[in-house]
Design a protein. Structure first.
Length: 124
């Protein structure tokens, strides 16, 4: 016995005159999340410890001096070479300022030069 739905066979497309047509919902753009960066920082005593540290090929490792004065990033390349970049966190030393005075030695040398030139001019 064949099944009937509203007087029509089950395989016949259904139509409901009282059903509202569905409106297409606008698609909201999906937000891309920022990548998560996980970095382990290893404390070392000196840059020599950074040079001696093993880093896997194709990766980078961050190192920090125990006194927090310098950071290093060691990058190992697949061909076996590595590179170390350093960042010094200490403020730069102020430039050596020349004194605003003349030392006794500089004054004596200049006076001797002036007197020697003056003597040559008066003798000539």
């Amino acid at each position: 016995m064949a099944a009937f739905n509203n007087g029509f066979p089950v395989t016949y497309p259904q139509f409901n005159p009282y059903q509202m047509p569905q409106m297409a919902q606008p698609q909201m753009p999906q937000q891309m999340s920022q990548p998560t960066i996980h970095a382990d920082i290893i404390q070392v005593a000196s840059e020599q410890d950074v040079q001696n540290a093993n880093v896997a090929a194709g990766t980078s490792q961050i190192f920090m001096a125990k006194d927090d004065s310098t950071f290093w990033v060691k990058t190992a390349y697949p061909n076996g070479q590595s590179k170390v970049d350093a960042w010094d966190r200490r403020p730069p030393a102020p430039p050596a300022k020349q004194p605003d005075y003349v030392t006794r030695e500089e004054l004596d040398a200049r006076l001797a030069e002036i007197l020697a030139n003056h003597k040559k001019e008066t003798d000539a």
